[in-house]
Ligand binder design. Sequence first.
Ligand SMILES: Cc1cc2nc3c(=O)[nH]c(=O)nc-3n(C[C@H](O)[C@H](O)[C@H](O)COP(=O)(O)OP(=O)(O)OC[C@H]3O[C@@H](n4cnc5c(N)ncnc54)[C@H](O)[C@@H]3O)c2cc1C
Length: 447
Amino acid sequence: MTTPHPTAPPAPRHIVVVGAGIAGLVCAQRLQRAGARVTVLDRATPGGRALTQEQHGFSINLGPHALYRGGHAFRVLRSLGIAPDGTVATGGDGERLGRRSPLPDGLGTWLHTELLPGSSRYLMAPAVRAILFPPPGTLADAIASFSAPLRELTEALVRVSTYSADPTRMDAKVAFDQVKLAITGGVLYLHGGWQSLVTPLQAGLTIQRQAVTAVRPGRVSTADGEIEADDVVLAVPPATERSLTGQDPGETAEAAVATLCLGLSRLPVPEVPFVLGVDRPLYLSVHSGWARLAPVGGALVHVARYLREGEQGHAEELETWLDGHQPGWRDLVVFRRYLPRIRVAGHPAPGKARPGIVVAPGLWRCGDSVGDQGLLADAAFASGDAVADGILAQRQPPRASPNRPSRPRPGRSYPHFYDFYPYFRGCRARACAPDLSKGSRFPSSEV
Ligand SMILES: Cc1cc2nc3c(=O)[nH]c(=O)nc-3n(C[C@H](O)[C@H](O)[C@H](O)COP(=O)(O)OP(=O)(O)OC[C@H]3O[C@@H](n4cnc5c(N)ncnc54)[C@H](O)[C@@H]3O)c2cc1C
């Protein structure tokens, strides 16, 4: 065995990233570009929920996907030299009491929208105030004093911006900040679907198709054996993290939908490309009306129902709703996919922070249920980026660090913030850090 020369440069750190969704790919891509040795493991095709399926000339995202132009995704993609290519989705109708009317998109349209009857239009000051200065508490509390039509319209705008169907499980500030992001920056439908982001994010990475069965700091188990690493990154949903580590990552409020995705040979009613249910939690958008997602003459249509906890969708409800807006579609179907319930993302539960990026020394997490930066894919981009920052900020291998004792200091049964200090140095996304003042759920002695 040869002993490394004392002045030889240190071997590059080996980092194993579990999960090749957006969060895992962002993290892996940044680490690899910084010179680390990175192995990505995924039990399925890389891309996770940002996958795009190609069929009959249609590019089909896993449900309706829109990229927030003012969000973290854009910032992180820009830093990686990836430019999202698509079209800003504008306009569209709301539907209330079975009637379609243009959705308000500015003060003038608010004053004239037929989605608010008579006096409600002139009594919208509470909504404007709530959006500009969100009160603490749940969305349900924040809008309790609104008139019923104004409340419904506010809930619909929150639904389409956050995917959250339950105002009692949504923090008012989080909800209104996301509505502001949607209104001020707008959203992009991407040409070719979200695969156009996944492909450059996975370029040059070593991605192995393997299901991970257990994770500990420094060690990842698969059916084929164990892999050692200096750092392990969990880029999987919370339920998977729980089963891999045996620890509870903490509570998030789950946003979920039922989705019906249709490839049509043509669109029966081109004048109706977008309808948002105001008094029902329904959504219809012809994404190919904006982005290149369908063959010439064809149309890619997403219909969805926003779901509360424990709810399942029913295909008939979505199909009947589509009959009302695109009559004749049933004779034009080339492709059809229905999912009765799919998890969209994990939002902060009211009054609670999402779990932070540090699970334990040498063990990190990222994904759309992590940190307090952004919602939906923006949270996956931001937390993947923050974990890369955290790992790169470590100048020394964690176990050799003179700054960080490997065990809680004598006299304390829980780790102190300074035990983890090296992990936070230089970490841009400080807000992603867990609340260690209450003691980590993963003290180093337990893992
Ligand atoms: C219907 C729908 C609509 C959406 N619309 C929008 C939108 O409009 N705007 C927006 O910003 N976001 C939207 N999103 C959310 C966005 O898709 C997600 O936030 C993002 O893709 C999540 O990325 P992630 O890396 O956190 O997780 P995931 O994509 O879930 O990645 C996790 C990866 O881990 C892998 N994995 C799991 N278990 C294991 C294991 N044991 N071993 C190895 N690998 C494992 C999985 O295969 C997966 O590839 C939507 C999502 C859905 C479902």
